[in-house]
Design a protein around this ligand. Structure first.
Ligand code: PLP
Length: 399
């Protein structure tokens, strides 16, 4: 039970302090005065307003700020409350847009091990066993299985195999033409999988060839985490829709964003029934969440936290690569400050997370993969401590 957070550290109810490297939410750490002040100021001025009734200046400012960070054509931003809702909105927008264009389609292509959220629609995208549900599939989904084990996915050979698999999925073997491809640039819940360089640009070409929209789920990778403001910047790819959340408000408030091309927005504006690009809940684009996001983005840009993630991520990777030969360690991989250690089995991974916790370090685990995702503001000394605690935990378990 946690009771307090400061910088990169959290404290539990017994007064024990932990270095927190467990969440891609943590853009600038805990109790940052600028963000806390922005939240307080917003609460005392205009805490929020139902955007289906009227907009407010903080939501407008955030929508424009997010658009300003995206490629020029992704000029319109819809604000939602969580990664799941943003994914769901993106799919609805894509499906309705296809109808508005007079080319109705519903089939979606995804990774079998992708994760896009917790509602029925979002779970229906994924092939991960624990996301199965008792309802009908809301739309046809063609899932691409990784052609090689995750640890072999960074090679040029993997790129060819992966693109061939997506081509076959898009072609669909007698199924309806594809509406969209939805992928994470780095597969998070499905095992911290780093995809081969060239994958996103190859996928962009395939989407164009098959007339499918490219929807990038940057919920866990957006806002500096992988060493660029967005992971798609590593390849200069322009998607049709980009979904972001976690890092946007640094975990200070629930918020997410759906960035769409101007042409998609315009198509909705022309339809007299739909009447604009609308999707949301009463609290979507909540004033306090928008204020937290604007303050977080100010810090991200002011302190070049994406550049920092790139630089410190390399230091972290270099240090952890030394563990590659250790008993039980199957792979060390990562992008920016999203670093994963894959173990030979889940039991070892659980033991490492427990040993790390005993050393005052919180890590994230998905199956046999343990992830270190510290705040982007982590300093060099704290990063050394992070490395030391991981090494010590891994070596204890190996011994
Ligand atoms: C890539 C990705 N998409 C979507 C989601 C869902 O986001 P949320 O939990 O905010 O609904 C997550 C959450 O982990 C995620 O990692």
């Amino acid at each position: 039970m946690l009771v307090k957070g400061t910088g990169c550290y959290v404290t539990d109810q017994h007064g024990r302090e932990y270095l927190d490297a467990s969440s891609p939410n943590l853009t600038c750490g805990y109790a940052v005065p600028e963000v806390a002040h922005a939240v307080g100021e917003q609460a005392s001025r205009m805490h929020g307003y139902d955007l289906s009734v009227a907009s407010h200046d903080t939501a407008g400012a955030l929508a424009e700020r997010v658009a300003g960070l995206m490629p020029a054509d992704l000029s319109r931003t819809l604000l939602t409350n969580s990664g799941t809702e943003a994914v769901e909105a993106a799919l609805l927008i894509a499906g309705m847009y296809a109808g508005l264009r007079g080319d109705p389609r519903t089939r979606v292509v995804t990774f079998a091990t992708g994760y896009h959220g917790s509602t029925v629609l979002a779970r229906s995208l994924s092939g991960l066993a624990h996301l199965d549900h008792p309802f009908h599939q809301p739309m046809p989904v063609t899932r691409v299985t990784l052609p090689s084990p995750a640890r072999e996915m960074r090679s040029p050979e993997a790129l060819d195999m992966l693109l061939a698999a997506f081509r076959a999925a898009l072609a669909g073997d007698g199924q309806e033409p594809p509406l969209a491809v939805v992928v994470e640039p780095l597969i998070n819940v499905g095992g911290g999988v780093v995809l081969p360089p060239g994958f996103l640009s190859g996928l962009r070409r395939l989407c164009d060839e098959y007339g499918a929209l490219l929807i990038l789920d940057e919920v866990s990778t957006g806002y500096g985490r992988t060493g660029r403001m967005f992971a798609f910047e590593h390849e200069g790819v322009v998607a049709d829709i980009v979904v972001t959340s976690k890092g946007l408000a640094g975990g200070y408030a629930p918020i997410s964003a759906v960035s769409v091309r101007e042409s998609i927005y315009t198509a909705f504006g022309r339809d007299p029934f739909v009447g604009g690009l609308r999707f949301g809940q009463t609290t979507s684009g909540h004033g306090i969440a928008c204020a937290a996001a604007l303050a977080t983005l100010d810090l991200l840009v002011r302190d070049d936290l994406a550049g920092r993630a790139q630089r410190l991520g390399e230091v972290l990777m270099d240090a952890l690569r030394e563990l590659a030969g250790t008993r039980g360690v199957a792979d060390v991989r990562g992008m920016g400050l999203f670093v994963s250690l894959e173990f030979e089995d889940e039991t070892t991974a659980v033991a490492v997370v427990t040993a790390a916790q005993q050393r005052g370090l919180l890590l994230r685990r998905q199956g046999a993969v343990v992830m270190a995702v510290p705040p982007l503001t982590i300093d060099e000394t704290t990063l050394d401590l992070l490395v030391e605690r991981i090494r010590s935990a891994v070596r204890e378990v190996a011994a």
